[in-house]
Design a protein around this ligand. Sequence first.
Ligand code: CTP
Ligand code: MG
Length: 181
Amino acid sequence: MNPLIVAIWLMLPAYLPNNFAVLFGGGRPLDFGRNFSDGRRILGDGKTFRGTVAGTMAGVGAGLILDSISSSKPDLGLPDFGSGAELVLVLIGLSLGAMAGDIVASFFKRRMGLERGAALFLVDQLDFVIGSWALTFILAPRWFSESFTSEIIFIVLIVTPILHRATNIIGYKIRAKKEPW
Ligand code: CTP
Ligand code: MG
């Protein structure tokens, strides 16, 4: 299978959480509206319980569907997400890790004095990629090293900012997102 398709396939459980968080987010913020010691919000109103839960569930759900396709049709040459307990760990790693990477980035954006929604080039585009890789590596190191070869990692780093920008422009146009980044 074409390595670009493999890269996107492997990353879909990490890509989708952001979009579902945008669509279903809102309500109580993760930081409960509290400030950090610098007087600014810990995370801001852009990181909510509803968005984080909806995003993680969407990523895990999508991953289960993708895994059933690649496992039932091995001749397609699409990668699978492990089996048994490893499958669950991989999908939680990819999707919750993506949400966590975005949350950690918001923490640092607030410390830099950036308001909620302010753009931070490359951090916005790759925070969730780093988060998803880090948590998946911790939870399922064997699957991670076998699936994310250096070629796939390279492709993901090039393609993700382009896909991220394109989806956010669409999200902005359909009024699901406040900013086009
Ligand atoms: N969202 C959410 N919970 C999350 C992540 C995102 O509810 N864990 C929702 C919020 O409605 C948020 C929108 O998705 O406004 C867009 O996400 P993002 O761009 O990550 O947040 P920003 O509003 O830009 O805030 P920040 O500056 O902290 O990135
Ligand atoms: Mg943002």
